[in-house]
Design a protein around this ligand. Structure first.
Ligand code: NI
Length: 154
């Protein structure tokens, strides 16, 4: 595994729409493993492929609840319920945070790291992370949706 470089806000790659993964090859698995390592190294809760410069529909999420990393390849949000208002940040938008409304509950389907169908249900932070990462695959950043933004003092 290897750490990948996380691109930041100004990079136009973050604004592009990602293409589906046609086949989960060894190269894709390597990318997923690298994304997980990069996510943990950066101490984030989610990372999408465009954030490491790859325009493919892949993200990884781990809200550190002890259940391990969740890998979604070609994800689709198939159900949402409710609403939550809360704080959000992004590894590609360092030193800032914002207030974003998201669904309280989300069901997402896709393929896992081995190309097998997988489905997750998330509430609260997990639902928020799924929505945030899924938006990245369509070139959408949370700052587009934030009701307000603020600087984080280190
Ligand atoms: Ni992000």
């Amino acid at each position: 595994m290897a750490l990948r470089n996380i691109v930041t806000y100004e990079d136009p790659i973050l604004r592009k729409k990602c293409r589906p993964v046609p086949e989960v090859t060894d190269r894709i698995k390597q990318l997923v493993d690298d994304m997980i390592e990069t996510l943990y190294d950066a101490q984030g809760v989610g990372l999408a492929a465009p954030q490491v410069g790859v325009l493919r529909r892949i993200f990884v999420v781990d809200i550190m609840d002890g259940t391990g990393p969740k890998v979604l390849i070609n994800p689709e949000i198939v159900e949402t319920r409710g609403e939550q208002d809360g704080e959000e940040g992004c590894l590609s938008v360092p030193d800032r945070a914002g207030e974003v409304i998201r669904p309280e509950y989300v069901k997402v389907k896709g393929l896992d790291r081995d190309g097998q169908p997988v489905e997750y249900e998330g509430e609260g932070l997990l639902a928020r992370a799924f929505c945030h990462e899924n938006d990245h695959l369509d070139g959408v950043l949370y700052v587009d949706k934030a009701k307000q933004l603020w600087e984080i003092q280190e």
